[in-house]
Structure formats: C-alpha cells, structure tokens
Ligand binder design. Sequence first.
Ligand SMILES: [Zn+2]
Length: 245
Amino acid sequence: MKDINIPASRFSTNSRVVFFTGAGISAESGISTFRDIDGYWSKYDPTKLASPQGFDEDPDLVLQWYAARRKKIKKARPNKAHLAISDFQKLFTDSMVITQNVDGLHWQAGNAPVLELHGNIHREKCFTCGRPGSEVASTKGAKSYCTCGGLMRPNVVWFGESLAMSTLSDAFEATRQCDIFFTIGTSALIYPAAQLPYEARNTGAFVIEVNPEETPFSEAADLSVRGKAGEILPKIFREFNAAIS
Ligand SMILES: [Zn+2]
C-alpha cells in the first residue's frame, strides 16, 4: 500500500478528534449487517423484526430475534480498528466516538466516551413509557416488564423511529468543535447521521474517510483511504504518533 500522507504536524495532542463509525468496523469483528441475516431469521421481514409495529404485533418473535442476535454479538471481539481508536484516544485526550453500531464493541475495546446514535442492543427500555432499563438478563428472549406495567424492548432505534434528540445534538456539537474527524466503515447514506462528515468539513475539521469502497462523501473528504479499518487506522495512528507525540 502507498504511504498515507497526513499533515499530522498541523495538529497537537490538544486537537479535538471525533471518530464516526458504522457497520463496516463491526463487520471486521464478524458481525453481519442487519441486511445480511442468514439462516432461520432470513425468512422474516427485517422491518417486522425491528419496528414498533412488529413488536406490537408479535413481541415474542422480536424478543427471540434480538436474543439470537445478541448471542452472536457476544461472541464477537473488538478488532484492530477499535484498538487503534484506543491508541488515538491516549494521544488525543479530547476525543469522542460517535457510532451507528449497537453492539457495544467500542465500550468493550475501552473507547470512551462513546455516543451510540442507534442505542445499544444489550440494554432495554420500556415500550410504553420509554424508561431505560438495565442490561438484558434473558438469553432466550423472555418477556420482562417495567414498573409501569409496560413491556421492555431492546434499547435500539427501530425502523420508523427517530434518533434521540439529545444524543444527536451532542453528536453535532462535538462534530462542529473537532479539529480532526474520522468517518470509518460507513456508507454515508443514512441521514441525519450521514450529515456529520459534511458538518465537520464545513466547520473546518480535517476529515479522513476510511472505507473499503468509495462513498458519496469520498470526494468531499480531505483524505479518503480505501481498505479495512483494522489495517488502515493503525497506520494512520503511527503517522500522527510519530509527528506529534
Ligand atoms: Zn414503563
């Protein structure tokens, strides 16, 4: 691979950094995207398994699907890309991860803080009053109930639902204030999250895209690198580390 040219000396350890991640970084840990479900569950419509209407119609089906998904996710481990972000976060202490993934792998890798735009599959919340619950206890998709009597559901954003306003506004705030913005393993297609790299660019951040394929954002990035995040991010980290630590 060619050298990656980064004007790293323009930055210091005080530079503020945002890592915006999508399904691609989880795929490198073996977590398939929602759209590539195989086996037993492939006969179901994803919008039934992950929508308020679907849950209303058949909560048992939805809870069992999430239990199966969680079981798969629990076997996955953070990969070299997650670990590179931890290295970056030691170098740039004012940094944040904004993720569209719900698997919790960033936390597991020690990345912090992490804003989870789409929630976290390991947690639950009340379907009726929205009260957040604890970590999901049942591994079989058994029903559990809120103190209000409502059914608990996975604490993730479903089809037809909006992202939490406060989380989204924190994400935009951090993006507007950062000096370096990474967009990693995301196709840059789903709004409003897809707006974040543009927002970073428009407010003066140096924007680095790492993705196996070109995306609609690639042209607008200051640097766009094709490849696996687990291979590219450690290289970019070494560039920064050599120039500014
Ligand atoms: Zn409730």
